[in-house]
Design a protein around this ligand. Structure first.
Ligand code: DC
Length: 242
């Protein structure tokens, strides 16, 4: 391992529009670490459910689809690729149909269990090859990597989050309005926080960071300061799974 690179797991959780993905990818790049976008995994299973013509609220049918899904995701922060079978679905999983259905699919316990096993395998692989990984999602600090070296919980006002999501949609060629996006952000927050299986919630030992008035560089500065405070570059992992 190269001195200065991350060792261990950084768990980055929080609702949509807090800047999580951008921050996680840049952080992983700066720290020479892997990167795992667990939201993309739930989105890909959701796409498979929709393509199978299955009702996303039918738990048994959703679980059956999830069991047969051939999902591959890269852990390179610079070159992100998500495959369903041999098809690159990176753009389609961000579209409105998947966004509308993903909270229902991700509330199904069997889906969460299957993806948890997959996420553990990927984290193990990256940890043994490059040492460190930044994992983003909703339950990373609580359920997937409870022994993570650093857990960060990002928050922001729903207005700020809707504005960011609308800008991101426009940049990626999707049509959306601020009002509709704000409603969607609040709808998903409610569903993701209210579900029984691994709800969106901060770990007790997570560092909270409100990004409402911070840009990406500001968020990165704060997280990197904690990484250095905790001496997480080029050091051995602490006790626990990773
Ligand atoms: O991060 P995202 O917006 O792409 O995530 C899409 C959905 O996936 C989100 O509404 C909730 C779900 N999700 C989850 O339940 N657990 C995770 N670890 C990541 C995402």
């Amino acid at each position: 391992m190269v001195e200065g690179e991350l060792r261990g797991v950084i768990a980055l959780d929080g609702p949509s529009g807090t800047g999580k993905s951008t921050v996680a990818r840049r952080l992983a790049t700066i720290l020479g670490a892997g990167y795992l976008d667990t939201g993309a995994m739930f989105r890909t299973v959701t796409l498979a459910v929709l393509r199978a013509g299955v009702d996303p609220t039918d738990e048994d049918a959703v679980a059956r689809v999830a069991e047969g899904v051939d999902l591959r995701i890269s852990t390179d922060p610079v070159h992100q690729e998500v495959l369903l079978g041999d098809e690159n679905v990176g753009a389609e999983i961000r579209g409105p149909a998947v966004t509308l259905a993903v909270s229902a699919v991700s509330a199904v316990p069997r889906v969460r269990e299957l993806l948890k096993q997959h996420q553990w395998r990927l984290i193990d692989e990256v940890s043994s090859s490059c040492g460190g990984i930044v994992v983003e999602g909703r339950d990373i600090g609580t359920a997937i990597a409870p022994d993570a070296a650093l857990k960060v919980f990002l928050t922001a006002s729903s207005d700020a989050r809707a504005a960011r999501r609308t800008r991101q949609d426009a940049a990626e060629g999707r049509v959306s309005t601020l009002d509709a996006t704000k409603q969607d952000v609040e709808r998903r927050d409610k569903l993701d926080s209210g579900r029984v299986a691994s709800p969106l919630q901060p770990a007790d030992d997570a560092v909270w960071l409100d990004t409402t008035h911070l840009d990406v560089a500001g968020v990165l500065d704060q997280i990197l300061a904690i990484v250095d405070e905790r001496d997480l570059r080029g050091v051995a992992a602490g006790p626990g799974r990773w």
